[in-house]
Ligand binder design. Structure first.
Ligand code: ADP
Length: 290
């Protein structure tokens, strides 16, 4: 494990969400450039990590084409309202090839989804082999909003932690690298972001009056997050909590976690399954025109 993974990973036994400072910046390099202008430094760093991500993505895609891998990578994002999921995706995925990326958002289940087990829609949305996926919300809504609002009885939601663990373990064995990130914001920051949305007509579309009602349940949500993070942080599929009040730190931390996960997967470029020299001769022998 690299240092940032260690700093941000949830230790199932001892983790306390209320001890994580949403304005914190753990693992930030201690350098002159960072001290001088952390925002500018992070912008540069995220852009150069993006180049690395794009290279890993191409190799993953190429090795799947030649059927040499069952690997796929999924970044799963959860957060309180205004937590910055969309902004993180925009920043971290900026340099990737859209052909190999699958982004999925989960809202309240549709009538069809309600006919099935809660993991049905999740399994269908997993990235294909060779692809990188990103989930904006996830199976965890079924132990978060569902728990807080009592949308199903407690004896139903309380079994879901183990069901999620079993599901994620089976997917890991089937080649899925899952990077689970909670973007952790403070109530003050959420309030400010809601006000910012009301001050700017180009952000009205992001404003949801329902978010203000949900805000009244802040403590219940924190409790539900605490349970999900500790009960579903496993060896194969740990949770990471990223302090997210500072957007520049959040983007750098998530990009770094994803880069490190992809570096661990790195399947390399597949070798040619044809005779390169023979093919070169055939192409050289072609006439220049038709
Ligand atoms: P976002 O806030 O992620 O930008 P939306 O405004 O469309 O997107 O919100 C999605 C809504 O869907 C959230 O209020 C969330 O709680 C709800 N939701 C997601 N999954 C479930 C679920 N399994 N059951 C009930 N509600 C859900």
């Amino acid at each position: 494990m690299t240092q940032l993974r260690e700093l941000l990973a949830v230790e199932a036994g001892s983790f306390r969400l209320d001890k994580v400072d949403p304005r914190g910046t753990p693992g930030l390099p201690d350098s002159k450039a960072v001290r001088k202008d952390p925002k500018a430094w992070a912008r540069e760093a995220v852009s150069s990590i993006g180049t690395e991500l794009a290279a890993y993505q191409e190799k993953l895609f190429a090795s799947a084409k030649s059927e040499r891998t069952d690997r796929r990578v999924l970044l799963l994002l959860q957060a309180m309202d205004c937590g910055g999921k969309d902004g993180t995706v925009r920043s971290v995925f900026a340099g990737l090839n859209p052909t190999g990326v699958e982004a999925v958002s989960f809202g309240p289940p549709t009538d069809e989804e309600k006919q099935h087990d809660f993991l049905w829609r999740i399994e269908r949305a997993l990235p294909a082999v060779g692809h990188v996926g990103v989930f904006n919300r996830s199976q965890y809504e079924d132990v978060l909003v569902v728990r807080v609002h009592g949308l199903v009885p407690e004896d139903v939601w309380s079994q879901r932690y183990e069901q999620i663990n079993a599901f994620e373990t089976a997917q890991a064995e089937a080649g899925l690298t899952l990077v689970k990130v909670m973007l952790h914001i403070s109530p003050e920051e959420q309030r400010q972001r809601l006000l910012d949305r009301l001050d700017d007509p180009t952000k009205f579309w992001k404003y949801n009056p329902g978010d203000v009602d949900e805000r009244a349940r802040w403590d219940d949500y924190q409790e539900a997050y605490q349970a999900a993070l500790t009960r579903c942080s496993t060896e194969a599929n740990p949770w990471f909590v990223v302090p997210a009040d500072r957007k520049w730190y959040r983007n750098w931390a998530v990009a770094t976690l994803l880069r490190d996960a992809m570096a661990a997967v790195d399947p390399g470029y597949p070798p040619a399954d044809f005779d390169v020299e023979a093919e070169r001769q055939r192409v050289r022998a072609l006439s220049q025109g038709i």
